[in-house]
Design a protein around this ligand. Structure first.
Ligand SMILES: Cc1cc2nc3c(=O)[nH]c(=O)nc-3n(C[C@H](O)[C@H](O)[C@H](O)COP(=O)(O)OP(=O)(O)OC[C@H]3O[C@@H](n4cnc5c(N)ncnc54)[C@H](O)[C@@H]3O)c2cc1C
Length: 498
């Protein structure tokens, strides 16, 4: 059922078994797990079916650290959430991503890949990705008449990514939500605060408001916050009537450890020394097993451990060189490619390499409430303090160097990157991934996390948080497939609880 909450009456009260806040990728995927059951599910969504400027303005905030994309541009506040403009690249985390890596402070999840893996097949369907198979790149390459790059597999390996069409949850799942008899989506419903008992250990309701419309309450047995990696902590911090520091925040962890992928696009321009090279396995999309896939490169686990690096991946693009510079000499000692100076702009004479790198979790990068700026409900806006460290710069430099050396070793050409010339400065092509993570991180201790291994907020018996905000570390891969799989696991847990 779809209900426009502007048609409710001020002071109304809605009852449910389960209340999910947010109808983005997570909120919709989770709610549909209950479709046809005997549980009454209410989904509260801030927006309608299209972008409405006043609703979108509720996402405004400021960067108080390193500036990146404006906060009201890199997420969307209406039905379907940010999937209304996501790109659709998908790959599951590996085992390795969940492990404690003793050279990365605060690494290690309280769950393992095995805990999430049973939900990936179903997530593949939700995201229209085709069969769950990320292991057969070689086989698919030969079926398609391509070859993977002859990489030294102790250093770099080729792996597969799947490509969603990309699924727009707004249109793909609106009808099923509308037709459901036990799921009610309340549109134009902004959750201003979650209300609690006196000791702030139990959620008693949600205080919900429409812009220029009624204000009403939702009461439910269980509550799930699914409003994205920045808004999840904001709602927890704004819910401070009984807990002055915000919900689940007695130890001050909510909003800390904010993190995002470090992107350098391009990280390298490769001037090719051969004309017979075919990168289409990596640069183009290929139909296979009812879905689309392409190849990327990443570091072998062995190398990552040996050199104590974070994880990184490289995408190849058939794009003209970004850096208009001579490339002679950068790898002259090992590179037998003929001198090409400046980079040739002829099609097929070069390839661009884009890098996405895993950051190092840091409690001092954070999101918090502004002390001065408020939104149109009078609620404090977000301030985001994103920082990158010298250790991350050194990690990025080494990752780029490894890739450049590998292209030289294969005899494919010469590489240029400003990072190779000046390892002490981030290149101008450095940015963030628009993947907001870590702000309500999962941990086995409330001293270092906000939610436990079931995504339940420590010390609150009926509040769950899900999405990329619970990721303690983020690997090199994109978040959405992983955060949906984790949320389907939460849906199973809640089915048992209810
Ligand atoms: C340009 C771009 C490209 C991307 N490309 C990729 C990609 O290729 N691969 C990938 O894996 N990921 C990608 N992402 C990230 C992806 O979009 C997110 O991981 C995903 O949308 C997160 O889902 P979510 O449900 O947690 O949040 P969202 O999809 O953002 O949904 C949150 C929902 O909560 C609602 N909401 C917020 N506050 C409130 C409130 N107070 N009350 C009620 N409702 C509220 C919002 O309106 C929204 O509908 C991309 C992101 C961007 C910006």
């Amino acid at each position: 059922m779809l209900i426009d909450a502007t048609e409710l009456t001020n002071g109304d009260s809605v009852e449910a078994d389960l209340c999910i806040v947010g109808a983005g990728a997570v909120g919709i995927a989770m709610a549909l797990e209950f479709d046809g059951s005997n549980k009454k599910v209410v989904v509260l969504e801030s927006g309608g079916f299209e972008l409405e400027p006043r609703t979108q303005s509720l996402y405004k905030g400021t960067h108080v650290g390193r500036p990146t994309y404006p906060l009201d541009r890199n997420r969307l506040r209406f039905f379907g959430g940010t999937t209304n403009h996501w790109a659709g690249h998908c790959r599951p985390f590996d085992d390795f991503d969940f492990s404690v890596r003793d050279w990365i402070p605060h690494s290690g999840w309280p769950i393992q890949f095995n805990d999430v893996e049973p939900y990936i097949e179903r997530t593949q369907q939700i995201l229209e990705l085709g069969k769950y198979d990320y292991d057969s790149l070689e086989e698919y390459a030969s079926q398609l008449g391509f070859k993977t790059l002859p990489l030294d597999s102790s250093r770099l390996i080729s792996v597969m990514k799947h490509q969603s069409p990309p699924t727009r949850f707004n249109t793909a799942y609106r009808k099923q939500m509308k037709d459901s008899e036990n799921i009610s989506v309340f549109l134009h419903s902004n959750v201003l605060e979650l209300l609690t008992n006196e000791s702030a250990s139990h959620i008693t309701g949600a205080d919900v408001a429409c812009i220029d419309g009624p204000r009403y309450k939702v009461r439910a047995k269980q509550f799930v916050l699914a409003t994205g990696g920045l808004e999840n902590p904001r709602i927890m911090l704004l819910s401070n009537s009984t807990a002055p520091n915000g919900l689940g925040n007695s130890r001050g962890v909510v909003g800390r450890y904010y993190t995002d992928h470090i992107l350098i696009r391009p990280a390298l321009d490769i001037s090719l020394s051969r004309t017979d090279l075919d990168f289409r396995l990596y640069t183009d999309l290929h139909e296979i097993n009812g879905g689309l896939m392409f190849g990327i490169m990443t570091a072998a686990e062995e190398l990552t451990r040996k050199e104590k690096l974070t994880r990184f991946r490289f995408h190849l693009y058939n794009l003209p060189p970004r850096y208009d510079v001579p490339v002679g000499g950068v790898f002259s000692a090992i590179d037998e490619a003929p001198e090409v100076s400046p980079l040739s702009k002829e099609p097929g004479s070069h390839i661009q390499v884009h890098m996405a790198m895993e950051p190092i979790p840091n409690p001092d990068t954070f999101v918090r409430l502004s002390s001065t700026d408020t939104d149109l409900f009078g609620q404090r806006k977000l301030e985001v303090n994103w920082q990158v460290s010298d250790a991350e710069l050194a990690n990025a430099h080494r990752a780029v160097e490894i890739c450049a050396l590998e292209f030289a070793r294969m005899g494919f050409g010469r590489a240029y990157s400003p990072l190779l010339e000046n390892p002490h400065q981030w290149p101008s092509t450095f940015t963030s991934g628009k993947h907001h993570c870590g702000t309500t991180r999962m941990s086995d201790s409330p001293d270092t996390g906000v939610v436990d291994s079931n995504c339940k907020v420590f010390d609150i018996d009926n509040l769950y948080v899900t999405g990329s905000s619970v990721f303690p570390t983020i690997g090199h891969t994109n978040p959405t497939l992983n955060l949906i799989a984790l949320s389907l696991r939460l849906a199973d847990h809640l089915k048992e609880k209810l």
